[in-house]
Design a protein around this ligand. Structure first.
Ligand code: GLA
Length: 395
């Protein structure tokens, strides 16, 4: 059956809303996914390796060219609409755009590279939870970039689209994030993880056998907007540690290029917070490298140990966990049917993942939900990741 005959609810909603508002125009329908990250917490902006997997939830966009020179964007999730003449876009203050900073930021970055004088209608609806660590922002950016690339027949490849989306997030949303989320949304394919080398953007696929492990997403429902967390502080703290290492141990480009002995040799010159952040980064890089070997050789138990250690390190040294994420991960990883569990995404709230023996996710969800309810009086949400088709044009 062609995909258009089995559209998800969000896809149907966005098409219906578009057609009601812009009758007689048949829009393109495109999709970009969110992601979970199996290993490699906060390594992307430190030049390290990360291991994201695309989820089958994400953002749908219904998009069509206009006959005038206005850009009009509308989000069904946010119930918000914004439109403006293309000529006036560049003078808008990004911090007053709200959610529209994502699609408008992408439009502006793209229009600096190629001529885009004709207007466009972009309507969005997503089924990936917002602000939950599953990269709803990157999905929104990539859905925009992909649709614009199709409509204006520009011909950017997926890596270029990911870089445009990343630049838009840095410049117009103001988050100093690394490239992981945008690359994952643009490039992650079904059936495996994307091993992304963030130092140069090169990548390879690492297959994950569905008969060996299920990825259970556990949503604490504690929402956060990364701009309001300590995310940019972590980026600055790492940059500070890098400067000291470069001065004392020889110049290398990224924090991930240093070893533990380098860090210990400058311990007296680093403030204790910067030391902890750098320790997480350096050891996490080792965990990813070993973890990928375990995954490739089918050793899920060893991979799970790396995942558990990653969570502890993000909680203790990087300090981006929270009681909700600690309860989810501790409760899951104490079970014999769970290989490992950690927060996913930036932390500070949102989701954690558990790597579960096939067929055991409901039982794990029940036990974890019970511990969570007892502690916080709230029912967390669970979802077993199904591999999706990734970023694409649907119709
Ligand atoms: C957020 C950022 C990413 C990455 C992760 C942490 O999702 O957008 O660039 O830094 O946090 O690994």
């Amino acid at each position: 059956m062609p995909e258009s005959q089995q559209l998800s609810k969000a896809a149907e909603q966005v098409l219906a809303a578009f057609q009601k508002a812009v009758p007689r125009v048949k829009p393109l329908l495109c999709f970009a996914p969110g992601r979970v990250n199996l290993l490699g917490a906060h390594l992307d902006y430190n030049g390290g390796d990360v291991l994201p997997v695309a989820v089958d939830q994400g953002v749908y966009v219904a998009a069509a060219m206009r006959s005038d020179a206005r850009v009009s964007v509308c989000s069904l999730n946010e119930q918000a609409r914004f439109d403006c003449d293309i000529d006036e876009l560049a003078s808008l203050a990004a911090n007053r755009l709200g959610w529209a900073a994502y699609p408008i930021g992408v439009f502006l970055v793209m229009s600096k590279k190629v001529e885009m004088h004709q207007g466009v209608d972009l309507w969005f609806a997503g089924d990936v939870p917002i602000g939950a660590g599953l990269s709803s922002s990157a999905a929104l950016e990539l859905a925009t970039a992909f649709a614009l690339n199709e409509l204006y027949q520009i011909g950017f490849d997926r890596v270029e689209l990911a870089r445009i989306a990343h630049q838009a997030e840095n410049e117009y949303v103001g988050l100093d994030c690394g490239i992981m989320d945008q690359f994952a949304s643009a490039l992650a394919a079904s059936g495996g993880a994307l091993l992304l080398h963030c130092r140069d953007g090169s990548f390879e696929q690492v297959p994950i056998a569905a008969d060996q492990v299920e990825i259970l997403v556990m949503n604490s429902l504690k929402q956060r907007s990364l701009g309001e967390t300590g995310f940019n502080d972590r980026v600055r703290e790492c940059a500070g540690a890098l400067r000291v290492l470069q001065e004392e141990c020889g110049h290398r480009a990224f924090l991930c290029d240093y070893q533990q002995q380098d860090l210990e040799s400058v311990a007296g010159k680093l403030d204790p917070v910067a030391h902890k952040r750098a320790r997480h980064v350096i050891l996490e890089m080792q965990r990813v490298q070993k973890g990928v070997q375990s995954l490739r050789s089918g050793d899920l138990s060893r991979f799970g140990e790396a995942v558990n250690a990653s969570h502890r390190s993000t909680a203790v040294d990087y300090e981006v966990s929270c009681p909700e994420l600690d309860v989810l991960t501790e409760s899951a990883s104490s079970l014999p049917t769970v290989f490992g569990s950690r927060l996913t995404g930036a932390g500070f709230g949102g989701c954690a993942i558990a790597l579960v023996k096939p067929g055991c996710s409901s039982e794990v969800s029940e036990v974890v939900a019970e511990s969570f309810r007892c502690r916080f009086g709230v029912e967390p949400a669970f979802y077993v990741l199904r591999s999706g088709l990734g970023m694409r044009r649907i119709s």
